[in-house]
Design a protein around this ligand. Structure first.
Ligand code: ADP
Ligand code: MG
Length: 423
């Protein structure tokens, strides 16, 4: 026989205790019988008895009070109240105290006691099993949450790597872009240097004028003639004016360089971790500025943008989406005459849709399914690492959106990003 369930019986009538002993003989229950609640409590420990059959009317502490005490110390114990006249009131009080059932005395049907006790013990076992299942589930949940967190960290790391990769792709463009204003600054600084050398000569010759004034008109005239005798003296007014222009151009050039650097720097800063309002048009515009700035003379960019605000999102990540698509579009038209990149944006049906299209080399059908895979790349220059589209899709999904591609080998491609406008 399986292990027997220990059962507590408390009844002040000795005879009743004897009956109980007989009733339980040979059953799966093993009884401990006490005549008072106090005696039973003195021996009680949580888990010691699976069930308790308690007489309501005991000398001293009543059966109801005993139920309350037992349940408080061992909520699993299955208590059954035995009462001489089962009034609804008594039943309700017993249930309220956590009793599982009640029995009327005297017992007409012995089998009923066993039946009720079996149910009570089975119920106890189920509750305990449930509880450990819940605990296991909770543990599994904690484990899952931990895993989830790890995945999020890994994904963020991939995002960061992807951003670095597109930074690398951008770097040559940026170097080129910086070159222009800096060359401009440099040539103006050379011009200013020559002017300053000339102005210095004028100043050096002007200093003795004061002494000459004391010496008399002859000395003044000689000093003045020395000044106006300088080569290019007639250009003095022009030089002065042109110095102003040259300085202005130096400042403009430096401003442009600073803007380019700031744009890149903005982009390399870590993304804030909380969502914020995103002006999607601004993201697209910034991406165009960052990517196309240097190439605008080579590429025809056709842009139609509309005002859109996403209620919640990560603006830098979304900027990254368009940077990646534009970088790909530009590399698709590289070396082609009449290459064009088109960016279109429109609203509809609670969604904002942005198309980034090109008339470049296109994607072969067998590659079309693979372009979003991490590390898939056909770039042989070593600049692309095949993370761009994977990260792009990841970011779009994070924002509850979708990305599609239509392409024809030799006929160009269009990547379509669709994002929900949450209000
Ligand atoms: N606009 C496009 N035109 C043609 N092929 C493209 C275009 N965009 C993406 N691809 C293809 O998808 C591949 C993966 O792109 P991506 O994930 O950005 O990685 P990478 O640019 O580093 O190669 C590219 O190597 C290229 O073969
Ligand atoms: Mg790419």
């Amino acid at each position: 026989m399986a292990e027997r369930s220990p059962v507590l019986v408390v009844d002040d009538e000795l005879v009743f205790g004897e009956i109980m002993r007989q009733v339980f003989e040979g059953t799966e229950f093993e009884v401990d019988i006490y005549q008072s609640a106090e005696d039973a409590l003195a021996e009680f420990a949580p888990g010691k008895w699976h069930a308790a059959l308690l007489d309501k009317n005991l000398p001293g502490m009543s059966g109801l009070d005993l139920i309350e005490k037992l349940k408080a110390a061992d909520p699993d114990i299955a208590a059954i109240l035995m009462t001489g006249y089962a009034s609804i009131d008594t039943a309700v009080s017993a249930m309220r105290l956590g009793a599982f059932d009640y029995l009327e005395k005297p017992f007409g049907n012995i089998a009923l006691i066993l039946e009720k006790l079996r149910r009570a013990v089975a119920r106890r076992a189920i509750e305990i099993a449930n509880r450990s299942l819940v605990a296991e589930l909770r543990e599994a949940n904690v484990e899952l949450e931990k895993k989830n967190e790890e995945i999020t960290v890994a994904r963020d790391e991939l995002l960061r790597q992807g951003r670095m990769a597109s930074m690398g792709q951008l770097a040559s463009g940026v170097a080129h872009e910086l070159n222009n204003p800096l060359a401009f600054v440099k040539s103006n600084v050379y011009i200013i240097e020559e002017y300053v050398e000339f102005f210095q000569k004028v100043i050096e010759l002007a200093v003795p004028l004061k002494v000459a004034l004391d010496e008399g008109p002859g000395a003044v005239e000689a000093a003045v003639r020395a000044i106006i005798g300088l080569p290019f003296f007639d250009e003095l007014a022009f030089f002065s004016e042109d110095t102003r222009n040259a300085f202005k151009e130096v400042k403009d050039g430096l401003d442009r360089a600073v803007t380019i650097v700031r744009r890149m720097k903005d982009f390399t800063y870590l993304e804030r971790t909380t969502e914020e309002k995103v002006d999607l048009r601004e993201c697209v515009e910034r991406a165009i500025q960052i990517v196309v700035g240097a190439e605008s003379t080579k590429v025809k960019i056709d842009v139609v943008l509309v005002e859109t605000t996403l209620a919640r999102g990560f603006p830098r990540q979304l900027t990254q989406v368009f940077i990646n698509l534009l970088l790909n579009a530009l590399s698709a038209i590289e070396g082609r005459t009449g290459g064009e990149v088109r960016v279109k944006m429109h609203l509809g049906d609670g969604q904002v849709v942005v198309d980034v299209g090109d008339n470049g080399r296109g994607i072969s059908p067998e590659h079309l399914d693979r372009v979003f895979e991490p590390f898939f790349t056909t770039d042989e220059s070593g600049r692309g690492v095949g993370l761009g589209l994977n990260i792009t899709r990841e970011i779009v999904h994070r924002h509850g959106g979708m990305i599609r591609v239509r392409s024809e080998l030799g006929g160009g491609s269009v990547f379509t990003v669709q994002l929900p406008i949450q209000n």
